[in-house]
Write a new protein. Structure first.
Length: 76
């Protein structure tokens, strides 16, 4: 996510819902948006305007490629 530029921090959260499985979420906090810190970051996803599909897809490709640099294949 940091490969996108303009990202101050990447926050990781996990949720188990009390059963034998795991939900893992990563949230990128934009540079300079301190109001998004902590538990507020996931809530902003409901408030901020949606990105155009081509921007969203381009970001997903950038993140996948960066994750695959250490080995593996980027699937988007």
């Amino acid at each position: 996510m940091r490969e996108l530029g303009g990202i101050a921090r990447v926050h990781t959260s996990r949720y188990g819902d009390g059963a034998a499985h795991l939900h893992l979420f990563q949230f990128a906090r934009p540079l300079g948006m301190l109001q998004l810190r902590g538990s507020n970051l996931p809530l902003w996803d409901d408030v901020l305007p949606r990105l155009p599909e081509e921007v969203w897809a381009g970001s997903a490709r950038t993140i996948a490629a960066a994750m695959a640099k250490g080995g593996g294949t980027a699937h988007v």
